[in-house]
Structures are given as structure tokens and as C-alpha cells.
Design a protein around this ligand. Structure first.
Ligand code: DX5
Ligand code: ZN
Length: 218
């Protein structure tokens, strides 16, 4: 396996000092950018204008997580502004495969996310249509929640299926990931880890990233 990827979520950063916050995580693999619309989830963050400035400012590529209704309409703009990866929710998309193809055609990695209660079997035949599958390990909407271990069987099923099919899809987890939970997610098959509070809540975020990466690799 390649080295585990650690993607800090700027939801836990200081929004009015975003440039210096981004500089504190220069050792990350991607910056995880949570876009919320107050409809798909009961919280509101920011849209393409802010994400464009993050894209222009960040030393590392962007991993955009869209927690929004109607991603079929809105997601391509995030690929067009230069995000390396754009992930939309399966529950919100009308035509997930068509949308993933569109994102790839613009040049982004295409990701699909599932909430804790959403089954993943329907994705098995479409693994190659996506570059990343995000298994939410909390209900989307807020940082700082507790990791839900009951999502691990689903992750394991995806990992087994990906292996069986020889797929190179990345398996991402998001929510409650920290030193005490990252190992079980890695063991269940995740290779890409979002961490908000565990990184930005640390005195030295870059050290926290390195430490999470080595815990996940063990
Ligand atoms: C939650 C977001 C997460 C959030 C994770 O809906 O998708 O990316 O920032 O925060 P922590 O790591 O604090 O659980
Ligand atoms: Zn997220």
C-alpha cells in the first residue's frame, strides 16, 4: 500500500486567518474543503468564491467535499476552479456516474460519498467510475463529532470488493478521525483520512499530520 494520505479539514481552521492556517498544514496530502449548503446538511460554510481563494493560496491540492443538494448542477464548477478532487454525495446526485464522468473530463478526480446509513453495494459495479469513495464516519454537517465504528463493516466490504476487482479506487474516511480511531479505519481498508479537529486542534498541525500518517501505516 502507498503511504496513507492525510487530508486536514479546514472546517476546523480559523476562517479569518485562512492563509496562515493553510501554511500550517503544508505537509498534508490534500486540503479537505467542506462545502455545505444548509439544505443537504443543517450547516452552511462557503461556496466557489471562497474555494477559489483557497485554491490560489494553498500549497497543497484541494479535496473538495460537497455536502450540497443538486451536485449534478453545482459540482463541475469546483473542478473548473482547479480542485484536484471533487466528491459529491450519492444521496444527493440524480446521475452519479454521469456526474463523475463530467468531473473527470474537466480534469479532477471524481469522488462519491455515502452517509453512515447509506449502503454501498450499489457502487460495487461502478467502482471504476470513481477515483475515491468517501465513507462518512459521522453524520455529515459538523466537525468534532465522535467516530462511528458501526461504519467499518461497510468500509471493509468496499475494500474487499475493490481488491477482488483489482480496482485502484481510494477509500476515504471522514469524521472523528484522530490518534485513537485512525488505526481501526486503516485496518478496515481506508487509505485516505480526513481529520479536522485532530489536526487544527494540535499545537503543531504538521507534526499531528505526520503522527497520524505513521499510526495509520502501522
Ligand atoms: C463533517 C465534515 C468533516 C469534518 C471532520 O461533516 O465532512 O470533514 O470537518 O471534522 P472532525 O475531524 O473534527 O470530525
Ligand atoms: Zn468532509
Amino acid at each position: 500500500m502507498s503511504a496513507p494520505r492525510i487530508n486536514p479539514s479546514i472546517l476546523a481552521a480559523d476562517f479569518v486567518n485562512m492563509e496562515s492556517e493553510l501554511a500550517r498544514i503544508a505537509g498534508a496530502d490534500f486540503v479537505h474543503v467542506d462545502v455545505m449548503d444548509n439544505h443537504f446538511v443543517p450547516n452552511l460554510t462557503f461556496g466557489p468564491q471562497m474555494v477559489t481563494r483557497v485554491q490560489e493560496t494553498s500549497p497543497v491540492p484541494l479535496d473538495v467535499h460537497l455536502m450540497i443538494d443538486d451536485p449534478d448542477r453545482w459540482a463541475p464548477a469546483y473542478a473548473e476552479l482547479g480542485a484536484a478532487s471533487v466528491t459529491f454525495h450519492l444521496e444527493a446526485a440524480a446521475s452519479p456516474i454521469a456526474l463523475a464522468r463530467r468531473l473527470r473530463s474537466i480534469g479532477a478526480r471524481a469522488g462519491v460519498a455515502v452517509k453512515p446509513g447509506t449502503p454501498v453495494e450499489n457502487l460495487f459495479d461502478a467502482l471504476d467510475e470513481f477515483d475515491q469513495i468517501l465513507v462518512m464516519t459521522v453524520e455529515p454537517g459538523f466537525g468534532g463529532q465522535s467516530f462511528m465504528p458501526e461504519t467499518m463493516p461497510k468500509l471493509r466490504a468496499l475494500a474487499d470488493e475493490a481488491k477482488r476487482r483489482g480496482s485502484s479506487v481510494w477509500l476515504q474516511v471522514d469524521g472523528g478521525i484522530g490518534e485513537s480511531t485512525i488505526a481501526q479505519a486503516a485496518e478496515a481498508g481506508a487509505d485516505t483520512f480526513v481529520a479536522g479537529s485532530a489536526v487544527f486542534g494540535a499545537d503543531d498541525p504538521d507534526r499531528a499530520i505526520q503522527s497520524l500518517r505513521s499510526t495509520a501505516a502501522r
